[in-house]
Every structure is written in C-alpha cells, then in structure tokens.
Design a protein around this ligand. Structure first.
Ligand code: SF4
Length: 74
C-alpha cells in the first residue's frame, strides 16, 4: 500500500488522524494532515483506506503497492 497526500486540498478536518492515528497526524500549526508512514504495515491498511474514504477534501490517495514476487496483473 502506498499513500499520497494532497496537502493543498486538506482542510484540517482531522478525520484521517481520528480514523487511522497510526498513519496520519495533524500539523500542530496549520492543522493539515501529516503522513506518519508512507507504507503502513498491513495492520493499518483497513484504517488507512477508511480514512481516505472519509476525508471530506479527497486529500488522501491510497494505492495498492505491488508486493515482491506478485504478478504484474492485478
Ligand atoms: S481528513 Fe482530509 S481534510 Fe481532514 S485533516 Fe485529513 S487529509 Fe486533511
């Protein structure tokens, strides 16, 4: 799993940090999202996907990273 943030879109709603506190935090100064882990462990995947879906600004993109040894077709 790879996570990309679009901080220019972030409105500081904080849903991501509440939903996946192991992956996202908020900047102390401007309240915008901070990514704690660009490649979170599988234990955090469900929460990270949920947070991306809940973000009101669509500022989080979650993509499936190709695992070593997996085929090129999804
Ligand atoms: S939920 Fe979206 S808008 Fe809110 S802090 Fe996280 S990235 Fe920013």
């Amino acid at each position: 799993m790879d996570i990309t943030l679009h901080r220019d879109r972030c409105v500081g709603a904080g849903m991501c940090a509440l939903t996946a506190p192991g992956v996202f935090d908020q900047d102390d100064e401007d309240g915008r999202v901070v990514l704690l882990d660009t490649k979170p462990s599988p234990a955090h995947h469900a929460a990270a996907r949920l947070a991306a879906g809940l973000c009101p600004a669509a500022a989080i993109t979650v993509t499936a990273a190709r695992e070593p040894g997996s085929s090129s077709t999804p």
